[in-house]
Design a protein around this ligand. Sequence first.
Ligand code: ADP
Length: 634
Amino acid sequence: MSANADRHEFQAEVKQLLDLMIHSLYSNKDIFLRELISNASDALDRRRFEQLTDEGLRSEGELGIWIEADKENRLLTISDNGIGMSREEVVANLGTIARSGTKAFMQNLSSMKREGEVPPELIGQFGVGFYSAFMVADEVTVVTRRAGSDHAVRWVSTGDGYTVEDAARNEAGTTITLKLKPTDEEANLSDYSDEWVIKQIVKRYSDFVAYPIKMKTWEDDDGAKVLKESVLNSQKAIWARSKEEVTDEEYKEFYRHISHDWHEPLAHVPVRLEGTFEAQGLLYIPGSAPFDLYHPEMKRGVQLYVKRVFIMDECKELVPTYLRFIKGVVDAQDLSLNVSREILQKDRQIRVIRKNLVKKVFDTLDEIASGEAEKYEGFWKNFGPALKEGLVNGEAKEQDRILELLRAPSTHEPGKLTSLKDYVSRMKEGQDVIYYMTGPSLDAVQRSPHLEAFKAKGYEVLFFVDPIDEIWVERGLVYGEKTFRSVGQGEVELGTEEEKKAAEEKRESKERELRDLLTTLRAHLQDEVKEVRLSSRLTDSPVCLVGEAGDMSPQMEKLMKSMGQEVPKTKRILELNPDHPVVAKLQAMFGEDPKAEGLKSYAELLYGQALLAEGGALPDPVRFASLVTELMVR
Ligand code: ADP
């Protein structure tokens, strides 16, 4: 360590990450090379991009990546002439984990580790990146010089803290030198100082990297050994090749390259736009949901290229938010290389491309849904709630397609999901709306008294229990000319016209009979409910709470509150089951003494029961308990 070297500690999360690396959560050590090459490729992308607008950053030679394997000293060196890093950047990038999603993930992981169960597949959810070098090396040295600067720095670490000092480098770029661990086949540590091993790994993982990856190897030249530089990768942009030419393995490998996800993708979606605007691309639908799907900082997946030049990561303009999990590359032919985010937002071409991408993704999902139902259900469980956001903020055409793709549990076959198409095909004669119930959980809604009449009369009800459901069901969407109707709102009219009429008459006469009782109960509950009436949706339970059509549901109220919004309390309607013995008992009490104290207690108990039955919480549990005790004693 020379005089001007600073010693630094790693951030706690980096220590954890290194700990995981070294104690090898990853059985496949080879991937360190892919990670380092991928970083080099990113750095080259950035240089190529920045030099478009700043001539001073132009490199003298061809942009590329060089690998040197030194068997004698067990060293492996990976260099690039990319953007490089300043001293501050080195400290920030190679000593901390900046992305808060990844940081949170590490924290999660370490709590799981304490409980002794780190599922290895979890680790594939974020880029392991630079630190994976420590899987194969005892010491890592980085010498780097930022393009546009004359100063270079050297970063050295053996895994426990690091030093940073001034250094020299002929040109901008980064050189990473690994002091390799001893070969250990049992621990999957191959001999990474072996040219042949390196060649294989590059071919396997990094063939499509857009820059030449070069290595000097000893070649046989008429009996004499000569050192020759050769390019190890084909550099072919996978999205520009014809489908027939690309193998499944290559598609998967490219997915891993752009997504850092080690799970296999669910499907790949080649995109080719011809006509006014030309673009090619390759999108992927992931096989599993990223841990940060609902985190505002989630890394969006689609990269924008223009004529094979990388322009930007996370191009939000290319896919709607509800498809943020889609990964891939789009290469547009007619955009300017200097295109900025501001321009993208207004660009007509981008809008056309986006529309096509969305269509392609929907087409692919439709195909999976109709051909491979089980696989599709897996997709829906992972991404359904995200996709449903499109029912709130997508365009009308997109919403139609999402409704087609929607799956939900229903009363038809517990444990199974149904599509709207299948629901409609099972609708009863004369049924003109799609019945649904929202609620805090599947368990709660399945047991809800609101369903009783529907079940008894054989009407199927869909269950929507994701928070987003509360919002989209309010949007008045229409599926195949059918609107959606909550079983917990408004009056219920089931059956044929005749049955409806008969039920109505019966209720009216009952209501006349019980009018005064209902008014009294309403008076006792005036702070809680806006009306007490007889129900046509109950067969077994004595009571339930319903809203008026258009009222905010209790879940919606909760959701708004959790988002910090002021919401006025919506009073609901208490419905009594006219055929329940409890109602007869109340009527008898009322007949004896309309002012009986007991009526107030009963009213409160019934209200509490209705809340509990729908999975809600009691406003005053202590009072409820004492009322129950009182009743037991009486
Ligand atoms: P990630 O690549 O997922 O951001 P890494 O841990 O692999 O995470 O790298 C951290 C950061 O270090 C990168 O984002 C980049 O800014 C910087 N970096 C790594 N390798 C290089 C390189 N060869 N050239 C320039 N910067 C690099």
